[in-house]
Design a binder for this molecule. Structure first.
Ligand code: SAM
Ligand code: SF4
Length: 361
């Protein structure tokens, strides 16, 4: 296995078979992949980790994805919407610490009240932020006009996960109706690019019914759509969701975690200069999960700066880490670990994806 992996890693272009083989690397051989990803990261994006302050603005969602703890059908959730004041305070927290970017994430809503409110909030954020501050949105599917309004109001990046590139699997993890449509999800990526955003996507890893072939296809999908950013993480079951019934068919959580690290490393090798987030779901499995992701190719961490009183209600999956520790003391500790992993924190920089800049040239 060792020789075969070394041989594949020397190739210019990786095929689906190559990726499937690499995804099946055992614990010993996987180090070769991790070493290669670290080398590519150093060469193409440098040893920097960028902090993005994550604001979970609201858990009100019109959708009913079968895996998600805040799906509209879950009546055990206390719904909230943080106020503009609270959101701006969180933005200020990030700015005061010289983080170059914030991320606004929420359940999906397409009603005019929400769209107007977001536009207004983005304008307020722009008015208190230096020009170079990056604002990423993760607010689900909207139309081109809405994307453009939010871009003009100050957003620069948009992250929308396709969740899986396999259409059959997509309909096993979503209701089959107007609101949950595979083609529309992919169209969103095209519209975001057209509107002018730095565009990101991602998938969940270790979903029920998902195969190694699906994951290899996911990587090739991201390459084909020439994405600028990626946030992918392990699927973690939530007991108040329909998908929970398949919990006994899942890979052990530790395996889903390892597969996620492999996917991060392989995407770095495949797409070289994109931004890759080391997501909170990794931390939910292993307290040092986000730092591990950074060592194996990721270059973005999103410390959660949502007001603490809302944390419990933004429960996407079981065992979401207690986020209270994202205090100054905790952030210093995180920075220390990032430094130990060989990276510096990119303060006062937006840390835009080099891939996006290179495409513009
Ligand atoms: N509502 C927006 C959307 O769906 O694009 C943004 C917020 S949504 C909570 C962000 C991401 O959470 C989803 O794209 C999904 O991949 C992830 N997520 C939801 N439930 C999850 C679970 N049980 N395990 C892991 N990730 C999950
Ligand atoms: Fe809503 Fe996003 Fe959760 Fe789907 S994944 S139910 S759109 S918050």
């Amino acid at each position: 296995m060792y020789e075969e992996i070394s041989k594949i890693l020397k190739k210019e272009n990786l095929t689906k078979d190559d990726l499937m083989f690499l995804l099946s690397a055992d614990d010993k051989a996987v180090q070769l992949i991790f070493d290669k990803a670290a080398e590519v990261k150093t060469q193409y994006v440098g040893n920097y980790t960028y902090f993005r302050g994550l604001i979970e603005l609201s858990n009100i969602c019109s959708k009913n994805c079968l895996y998600c703890g805040i799906r509209s059908g879950n009546k055990n959730v206390q719904r909230y919407s943080a106020t503009d004041e609270e959101a701006l305070k969180a933005v200020k927290y990030a700015l005061d610490r010289n983080w170059g970017s914030v991320v606004i994430q929420a359940g999906e809503r397409q009603d005019p009240k929400f769209i107007d409110r977001l536009e207004n909030l983005l304008k307020q954020i722009s008015s208190i932020s230096p020009e170079k501050t990056g604002v990423t949105l993760s607010l689900g599917e909207q139309n081109l006009e809405v994307y453009t309004r939010w871009l003009n109001a100050g957003a620069t990046r948009y992250l929308i996960r396709i969740e899986t590139s396999n259409e059959d699997l997509f309909y096993k993890i979503h209701p089959r109706d107007e609101l949950h449509n595979f083609e529309k999800r992919i169209q969103a990526l095209r519209d975001l690019r057209k509107a002018g955003y730095m565009t990101g996507t991602g998938v969940m890893i270790g979903l029920p019914f998902q195969t190694m072939e699906d994951l290899a296809d996911d990587l090739l999908f991201m390459q084909e759509y020439d994405i600028d950013m990626c946030g992918m993480g392990p699927y973690i079951e939530h007991e108040d969701t329909p998908l929970y019934q398949y919990k006994d068919q899942l890979l052990p959580l530790e395996e889903r975690y390892k597969l996620t690290l492999k996917m991060i490393a392989l995407l770095r090798i495949l797409m070289k200069d994109v931004n890759i987030a080391s997501v909170t779901a990794l931390q939910a499995v292993n307290p040092d999960g986000r730092e591990e992701g950074i060592r194996y190719g990721a270059n973005v961490i999103m410390p959660n700066i949502t007001p603490v009183k809302y944390h419990e209600s933004y429960n996407l999956y079981k065992g979401k880490p207690e986020i209270v520790p994202e205090t100054d003391k905790y952030i210093s500790q995180l920075e220390k670990q990032i430094n130990e992993s060989g990276d510096k924190v990119g303060y006062e920089e937006r840390g835009d994806p080099i891939h996006f800049k290179n495409r513009k040239k």
